[in-house]
Design a protein around this ligand. Structure first.
Ligand code: MSP
Length: 521
């Protein structure tokens, strides 16, 4: 069976990770873990974008080789993904030989099939920014502003990809495949923008101004434009265009079910260049990937950026508050597709209320009472109608959760789990097991209530697994149960024979603010 194939954007290695990078990787990880729980094989690919001008310039500033610089920054991403428990199956680092070979094979193939040509472009060029300028860069007075430094008229020869040859195809494809981009409003945005992107795409840089890239196989004076190189990671690391023994693997994996990307790189890179590149390579319309576009995280309403001092360091947050609280908060507070504003207070609030007072308290109370009143083993009894109805509500919560997670609505899936926990805590309060324990007339009622609460706690921990795998595993260990199976039909069932619960200990210790995040006053 084809695995569920999920990828993220590959992160630039010119600077260490910030909260936006962490958000995207956690989002993809939650979806990957969810699909694994549903019994699917998953192929989760992520990595780093190591070429390009930004990396070359940063390395030059430090006086080291670009590879050394890119490797060091890549290491900070790798270490963060380990801390945050990102369960990727393959690592895409674009300087890997597997990838550079694939890019070169693709370039040669496109050239043979007349998708590439060489031409001279004349235009205004900023020496400081090392880029050609268009009329968009002119100020209100019609001049190029001082931020561009010295601007000269330059003739430059380069390789071009015949993007314009794809415009009719792209328009028809977008019209026929609204599922190409979700959320839907982003598909509309792309459809409106795509027709305005005209002309061909310059896909080379002369080595004289940028040497840090993949050399053209048929023209060694040029390296590949970083976006053309980077987009190919999605297929090269899945086995495309590498050595022949990988082709079978590629066929069984592709197309990609979810490219998780931020809203800034939909237009034109992923929404226009990428499908057109695939189309030119010979991929059919049914072999196009699907894009899942998320929003941006800001801090106090401002862009997160080192240069302005508006910094949210995910490694420091994970170190101080733990990966569970960070993963939970980022997934809980951002509505899929929308922007969100980072707040340390909200991170603590979500953790301390929903996880600590909610789920943690449910597990703690349930296990303590089961041990105190029943030595850990509620006797099997027939459930009364109210408890049957309670477990039926849990079953329908699980079904709702599945629908939400299939649609990548993680924040809603979490809300479903929270509702289930609130219902279970309400059952503790309304059934008052401490009173039942003193009532000699109601021994069966006490057994039935405790068993129901244990089953609800197991379901809640199961639903928490994709977002907070370590905490969920610890709860299940304390309850002494396997997670509820999410393969096929949802069957909550009964406690196993000879069931004995474990000892409770706090899974979500209360967090206090320690001021990890910097922002200008
Ligand atoms: N290297 C390119 C992507 C190439 S994919 C073939 C790139 N890198 S990036 O490091 O700038 O961004 C990586 C991902 O992080 C992108 O999907 C981007 O949208 C996302 N984010 C960057 N800043 C973000 C926030 N502040 N909030 C949420 N996600 C953000 O683009």
């Amino acid at each position: 069976m084809k695995p569920f194939f999920i990828t993220t954007a590959i992160d630039y290695t010119n600077a260490p990770p910030h909260i936006g990078h962490a958000y995207e990787k956690i989002l993809a990880d939650v979806l990957a873990r969810y699909h694994r729980l549903r019994g699917r094989e998953v192929f989760f690919l992520t990595g780093v974008d190591q070429h390009g001008q930004k990396v070359q310039q940063s390395a030059e500033r430090e006086g080291i080789a670009p590879q050394e610089f890119a490797d060091r920054i890549s290491e900070s991403f790798l270490s963060l993904w380990k801390t945050l428990g990102i369960s990727y199956d393959a690592w895409a680092a674009t300087t890997a030989p597997l990838h550079t070979e694939s890019v070169r094979a693709i370039l040669s193939n496109l050239k043979e099939r007349d998708w590439l040509y060489k031409a001279t472009y004349s235009g205004h060029y900023s020496i400081r920014q090392e880029q050609f300028l268009t009329d968009k860069e002119r100020g209100p007075d019609g001049e190029f502003g001082p931020e561009w430094g010295e601007v000269v008229l330059l003739d430059e020869e380069n390789w071009y990809f015949r993007l314009s040859k794809c415009s009719e195809w792209l328009a028809a494809f977008l019209e026929a495949h609204p599922e190409f981009v979700s959320p839907g409003f982003r598909h509309i945005e792309l459809s409106n923008a795509a027709s305005k992107i005209t002309g061909d795409l310059c896909i080379s840089r002369p080595k004289s101004r940028l040497s840090w890239g993949i050399e053209f196989p048929f023209d060694p004076n040029f390296v590949t434009y970083v976006w053309f190189d980077a987009l190919i990671n999605y297929i090269s690391f899945a086995g495309y265009g590498g050595s022949s023994d990988q082709r079978g693997e590629f066929k069984s994996r592709w197309p990609c079910d979810q490219h998780v990307i931020g809203k800034d790189i939909l237009i034109p890179a992923h929404g226009v260049y990428w499908p057109c590149m695939l189309h030119a390579m010979g991929f059919s319309d049914n072999e196009m990937p699907r894009l899942l576009v998320h929003g941006f995280w800001s801090l106090k309403g401002e862009k997160v950026s080192k240069s302005t001092g508006n910094v949210v360091d995910p490694a420091a947050l994970a170190e101080t508050y733990g990966p569970t609280a960070l993963r939970y908060y980022l997934m809980r507070d951002a509505v899929m597709g929308q922007d969100a504003d980072f707040s340390e207070e909200r991170l603590l609030l979500r953790h301390n209320t929903e996880l600590g007072n909610g789920l943690g308290n449910l597990v703690n109370r349930t296990l303590s009472m089961t041990r105190r009143y029943r030595e850990g083993s509620p006797k099997p009894v027939t459930l009364t109608a109210d408890l049957v109805a309670h477990l039926e509500s849990d079953t329908s919560s699980v079904k709702t959760f599945i629908t939400q997670m299939d649609a990548a609505q993680i924040h809603s899936g979490i809300e479903t789990m929270v509702d289930l926990v609130n219902r279970a805590n309400a059952l503790v309060d309304s059934s008052a097991p401490w009173k039942l324990a003193k009532d000699p007339e109601q021994p069966d009622r006490l057994d039935a209530v405790l068993a129901t609460l244990i089953l609800s706690a197991r379901t809640a921990a199961t639903l928490l697994q994709p977002v907070a795998p370590a905490a969920a595993a610890e709860i299940l260990r304390q309850i002494s149960l396997q997670p509820l199976s999410l393969h096929g039909e949802v069957l909550i069932g009964d406690l196993p024979e000879e069931y004995v619960c474990g000892e409770p200990s706090p899974v979500f210790p209360r967090l206090e603010k320690s001021g990890v995040v910097d922002s200008p006053a």
